[in-house]
Design a binder for this molecule. Structure first.
Ligand code: AMP
Ligand code: MG
Length: 432
């Protein structure tokens, strides 16, 4: 099996050694500790490619972009009006100047302007040296071939000076930048037609479970449709990775092993949902130990207790729980950032997290971090934000994720709390 060039772990630590050396309890792994553990083994992929500037949208820049020229290129006018020498006016009111020509945007005035003269100028028109300020049209009184000016003129007024936006040679965008429409436009404004971006991360995923039926099949007793593959597909698509959907795999050692081997050959990252993450069945632990290095945790969070993380061949492996809400919660907390890091994102985008007043009582037992599904809205009094939990918080109730627009993040030690408690809220929008 050849390991993809890219997925080699950061540093030389072995995941197994690290998990033994650490002073955590794998049966009650704190959320932050698990996140930090995974982060140690994740590094940006090395592959890059040149793309046309439009195709860089949603990709991660793999080079610094340096401006080839000053932006704007030349001093130009911010207003329609008259360009003149400040020294011709210098604090005096009602000065009359001779108008000797016009500068339009894209049509430069090429003549000379003597002292006591000015030119008419349109927004974006080049302000020719030695003229150094622009009086807006509405502060002037035009006459026959002359113009009379009001008072209060400042030097450089209404002139956008060359390089005031970007200096030639200055870094405009940095490696790691996520390319949004603004960045695409920025490159275009510099006349840059191609960019080097990180190659797309390849993520293979499959669902595990004997009870799962794919869409199109008929549900028998005790069976459920496989929804995890669809939420995972959606979350990965929003992140902008290449997807390898490997379907549903039965809880059968030979089939699982074959799928893991194939996934590790093809992908940088493998994501599964269902029983595998528990590692309770000995065959799973033994199999994954043979194929790579995997640690199994019971995370001190709700939902999303079981989680497996490791390396299989050259690929990173995330074994998510089976319950549909737990899949989404663990993806957001443990998979999203490592994927973004592998994709080259730098700095890591800050999660839109803030405080809100919870307007309903909170039910919670101390001992685990809880990610309750919440509905955030503008506070009734118009000041700040309020949130309330969606109804039932069971980890199988996927409709709660659909009703919600945020997680209410309740810390480990928190217990029941009355309405009016200020809580941390993590918006879904922006998570992926
Ligand atoms: P497991 O972690 O495999 O024990 O699964 C826990 C719960 O999640 C069970 O009720 C499963 O039926 C359910 N589940 C597991 N995988 C899926 C899936 N792909 N889609 C929907 N439900 C699932
Ligand atoms: Mg299962």
């Amino acid at each position: 099996m050849t390991a993809p060039d890219s997925a080699a772990p950061a540093g030389t630590d072995s995941i197994r050694t690290a998990s033994c050396a650490d002073d955590y309890d794998p049966d009650s792994m704190p959320v932050d500790k698990a996140r930090a553990f995974i982060d140690r083994f994740v590094a940006p992929i090395s592959g890059t490619r040149r793309v046309a500037v439009r195709d860089a949208l949603g990709q991660v820049l793999a080079e610094d972009i340096v401006s080839p020229f000053d932006v704007p290129l030349a001093d130009n006018s911010a207003m329609d009006g008259y360009a003149l020498r400040h020294s011709d006016v210098d604090g005096r009111e009602g000065v009359t100047l001779k108008v000797v020509g016009t500068a339009y945007a894209g049509r430069t005035f090429n003549g000379t302007v003597a002292p006591g003269e000015c030119i008419r100028i349109m927004t974006g028109g080049v302000v020719p040296a030695p003229l150094d300020c622009v009086v807006p049209q509405e502060h002037t009184r035009p006459g026959d071939g002359v113009v009379t000016l009001g008072a209060g003129l400042r030097r450089a007024q209404n002139v956008r000076s060359a390089g005031e936006d970007i200096r030639r040679g200055a870094a405009v965008l940095r490696r790691g930048q996520w390319m949004r429409p603004a960045e695409i436009g920025l490159l275009a404004s510099l006349g840059i037609g191609e960019a080097t971006v990180f190659r797309r991360l390849r993520v293979a995923f499959f669902s595990t479970g004997d009870e799962l039926v794919s869409i199109g099949g008929t549900l028998g007793e005790g069976q459920v449709y496989d929804s995890n593959r669809y939420t995972i597909h959606g979350m990965l698509t929003r992140l902008g990775v290449d997807l390898i959907d490997m379907g549903v795999v039965r809880d059968d050692p030979a089939k699982l092993e074959a799928h893991f081997a194939e996934a590790a050959r093809m992908a940088d990252v493998i994501i599964t949902s269902g029983g595998v993450s528990v590692g309770e069945a000995d065959f799973i632990k033994q199999m994954l130990d043979r194929m790579g290095e995997v640690v199994f945790w019971k995370i001190a969070m709700k939902p999303g207790r079981p989680l497996a993380y490791g390396r299989i061949g050259g690929a990173h492996f995330f074994g998510l729980p089976g319950n549909p809400v737990a899949v989404m919660a663990t993806f957001y907390q443990f998979v999203r950032e490592p994927l973004l890091k592998m994709m080259g994102r730098d700095p890591m985008p800050v999660l839109p997290t803030f405080k809100a007043t919870c307007i309903a009582p909170l039910k919670k037992a101390p001992g685990r971090t809880e990610f309750q599904r919440g509905i955030l809205s503008a506070a009734a009094d118009g000041h700040g934000w309020q949130v309330k939990p969606t109804g039932e918080q069971g980890s199988g109730i996927l409709s709660s994720m659909s009703q919600a627009n945020c997680f209410i993040v309740l810390p480990v030690d928190q217990g029941n709390a009355p309405a009016g408690t200020v809580v941390d809220v993590q918006m879904f929008e922006g998570l992926v």
